[in-house]
Design a protein around this ligand. Sequence first.
Ligand SMILES: Cc1ncc(COP(=O)(O)O)c(C=O)c1O
Length: 453
Amino acid sequence: MAPRFVCHGCGAVVDAARQLPFRCPQAGGADDDVDHLLVPDAPIFYSSPPDLIRGSTWMAGSSPAMTEKNEFVSSSEDDPFLRYRALLSPYRLARAWGLSDAAWVDIVGMLDRALVAVEGHGFRLTPMAQQPALARAAGHHAPLWVKDETGNVGGSHKARHLMGVLLYLKVLAAAGKPAGDGLTARRLAIASCGNAAMAAAVLARAADWPLDVFIPPDASPTVVTRLRELGATITICQRQNGEAGDPCYHAFRRAVAAGAIPFGVQGPDNGLAIEGGRTLAFEMAEGLQSAATDIDDLFIQVGGGALASALAQGFAIAAKAGVIAHPPRLMAVQTEGCAPLARAWQRLADSDLRDAAQHRSRFMWPWEETPASLAHGILDDETYDWWAIALGMKSSGGSPLVAAEDIIIRAHQLASVNTTIPVSATGSAGLAGLLSRPPSARASAVVFSGIER
Ligand SMILES: Cc1ncc(COP(=O)(O)O)c(C=O)c1O
């Protein structure tokens, strides 16, 4: 059966053959305060949509146990979009719409060859290893696993999110479904300060699809040069006095309203983007399974929130599939320069997630000050995907952590000196969360999510 997409806030259901399952069709009314996010409805792994709306049971184990363990890994390929294909809704849509397994392999293979032509490689399982020297330097008396995304497509994990979206668009075209009508005449659009824009530009180039990128004036010149080389059309967005929120995001929303396809990494604008990011957790879970071990804590840097919400969901799925014993405690790390998730979490203490899904603005609104940090990639004014992270933290016993700036700097120094991974300060910011805690004997993991440019 073709997966449907259900809004975790209002319960709207989208048929992905007729309508793009990106932004909830009920989102954006004048008095709308619901937290809208389209989530694939996958009966093997989740509770029914009403449970989602009632609030938060799907990670807690109320859904039927997954019986077919083999389904977690579809094949032995080292391309995550082949290996975990049965877990991806674009694949499940393809099959439900009459495309063969070989047709999926062809679509992934064609994009892979195009990625090789654009940047020398496509998606492959990325390395994960224990880093004992880093653990010692961090005063951590237990295994410390580091997943290294710095060599991934576009230099960060971001392309995983967008590959899920691109595969859906390709499947839609191949199956000739009405939601695909006129799609190739529409441009892709993204708002980003760096890594997500790079990922989008590489993928758009590989797919030969025009892309509009909305970036701030202080985006790295290296990134801007590469975006131009990749053929992206760049708009620089200045902050306007009196305008709340990220001006790049506002410009992106206007482009989408004028017909562009949202090719960004904020879940409320494109719920499908979250799903591709789950492959990162699938890989980590399999790596832990091969090492016959588990982790207790996962420290993840949070900006817009897509990464942490994808990991929470991916680990929950892996636990349900029996690949790991339990999902790790999700510790969501922000900087003191910009911590809207921690603010929302405090307010959640007097409320529950069901309420929060109905009254977003009581919990999440743009950070008032112009944020600053060495980890500039996680300075999103809003944690767009905050609700799903809160769900992940509640169901795993985790919490947000706000790292002081000197700890963000120290984490980056420790990572640079004690590993050979060329990670950026944004990419190592999860480690700052671990450093902010008293030393523990809990096996932990971090994701070095982006390369130093
Ligand atoms: C390298 C890197 N890691 C982590 C993040 C945070 O991801 P998210 O915005 O999904 O929370 C970003 C965001 O730009 C990033 O560039």
